[in-house]
Design a protein around this ligand. Sequence first.
Ligand code: NAD
Length: 470
Amino acid sequence: MVRELDHWIDGRSVPRGTQRALAVEGPFERSVVARVALGEAGHVELAVRAARAAARGWADRAPVDRGRLLGEVARRLRERADEFVSVEVEETGKLVAEMRGLLNVSADYFEYYGGVVRALFGETIDLGAGDHAFTSREPYGVVGMITPWNGPLTQASRGLAAALAAGNTVVVKPSELTSSTTLMLARLCEEVGVPAGVVNVVLGTGPEVGAALVDHPDVRLVAFTGSVGTGRTVAAGAAHRLVPTILELGGKSANVVFADADLDRAVAGALAICTGAGQQCAALSRLLLQDEIHDAVLARVAERMRARTPGERLAPMTTEAQFEKVVGYFDVAAREGARLVTGGHAVTGDLAAGRYVEPTVYADVTPKMRIFQEEIFGPVLAVTRFATEDEAVALANDSDYGLVASVWTADSARALRVASRIDAGQVIVNGGRTGIETPFGGYKSSGVGREKGFESLRWYTQLKTTVVST
Ligand code: NAD
């Protein structure tokens, strides 16, 4: 069945009538799974107007009341997990088990921000002679939120939960290629009692709907997740109006393995490149191996990668453009002279109708190569050897990106030293578990601001200082 998707504005679906729609082809068979309304500036205008009208009432509610509603969103999301999972799997191609995990993470965001917003306090400042000041964190009003195709439900949940908990109203523009679950989520918010106009979804392309949202004078904060190139355009538009941005952009994260590491765990950790078939901003796509263990770890990683059979254990590329991009990098790598250890082709045979590529490992990758520097966004590992700690740090930092890094070593002093020297917003030592509690965001070109954790609430609020004389 082909899903017909229309905008969700002010608590109701806006039928597209005779307007244009985009036929979206799914990743498994490349057959049409959804027809998505292609909105225009007029739809953005309607949605922002609704969000603005709802803003005062929503901001005036006690945090505990907003939090209760968000907790209810989490409960319903878990209740309807099967429906959300099957729709998002159909559109993105994610493995069902991975998507189940992501559904839970999405629900966790609503639970977490619904609770923790009650601890969003200001401070008091004694000015002497009976005068004092206090600070309070206030919502911006209308937030314009733009999300990518690679994790539609989690990205929308991450931003929405924090923005709504903080008292903002939101207009979301999901990727036109994977819009379904964001719409379902907006409807679900409404079902649990979030007032009409607090969450709105306008469907359509970036240059049309996304740009209109960034340019709208009543949007007071722009929260963007996507690529660096689009991030620059969005930031320039927001800068022109002098509104703040949260920019969660791409990565080319380094995974550094020292010779003294627990190699079983490090090898297992390197396989994280296969999660979401590598279509993850936080993918650890550069594997840096110390000389002494380079050959042995490379062989073990390659063997485990080969075992990730596309279809069963490796998802397809979500979009046609992404499929072509990854296949294009196979050619780039060959031209650049990287040593192909395994993979390196699109999948042929029974799965050829889908957008599958082989899990791929390149060795002898040098910093000058494009596959070392550019975000491929596929199940492709670029492996580079190093001799010393200094060299490892220099290689890890030889990137315009700075989203995440990972370090494996048994020497805890070295772990902390290296973690502090790597320019990345998040460094994971020995495979430590990250969660929604851990602030996440980029150094360098990987972005501005932080999502996740309590920190996110600070980015979705503005600080007011009130000075009082007695
Ligand atoms: P993209 O930049 O192409 O698109 C992202 C969103 O921006 C889409 O909704 C798109 O329609 C919209 N857009 C496009 N042009 C626009 C414009 N001119 N004005 C306003 N909006 C516009 O990114 P993508 O290909 O959808 O997503 C993949 C990228 O997202 C990767 O680089 C990945 O690393 C990044 N990402 C980052 C995070 C993070 O948290 N840091 C999370 C997920 C994905």
